[in-house]
Design a binder for this molecule. Sequence first.
Ligand code: GTP
Ligand code: MG
Length: 196
Amino acid sequence: MEVKFVKSSNDFKSCPKNSKPEFAFIGRSNVGKSSLINLITGVKNLAKTSSKPGKTKLINHFIVDGNWYIADLPGYGFARASKSDIRHYDDLIKGYIFTRTNLYCLFVLIDSRLEPQKKDVEFLEFLGQNEVPFVLAFTKTDKISSNQLEKNIAAFKKIMHQSWETLPEIFIVSAVKRQGREEILRFIEITLAKNN
Ligand code: GTP
Ligand code: MG
């Protein structure tokens, strides 16, 4: 797998031409989007990570094998952000989602340690209303027991069932344990093949 950084865009209009399949990673600030991208590409510092939320401020595009894009998006729901910042990121993310016609699938990352969060549930509702294809990835599973993990995922599924008849595919990931890499790569491969 050959991965190259393409560009950072501070506006959806500046994103690379949407002529190739794209997979994007989104979720609340600090959930582990950039770390997951590094895990699946196998390039340690490809996407910049930080223990402080709000690290990724631009839309970063990477290209894999010259064939398909990975997009690292800024987080949503950063509690300490100012109102105007929240507005800016909201617009950026919505603009991206509405204009990225080459988006094959959005990976929505959920912190596996937490009970269902309102911001995540609302974001999924928004995706559903706009028919955006997405899957879920529960992150940081190395930080909780498998018992607690099962409980949190079950609670999340239960809430989703209130709005959805069928649930999206779910991945269990840990950048620390290197868990979920193969499954996600396989999913991407299948999705690319289906649409070819
Ligand atoms: P923003 O760009 O700020 O929205 O954050 P992000 O979602 O890109 O998160 P990032 O990958 O920067 O990770 C945030 C913090 O969580 C960093 O300190 C990472 O090292 C840590 N982290 C990410 N994934 C994992 C994981 O699977 N397990 C553990 N234990 N820590 C993780
Ligand atoms: Mg990031």
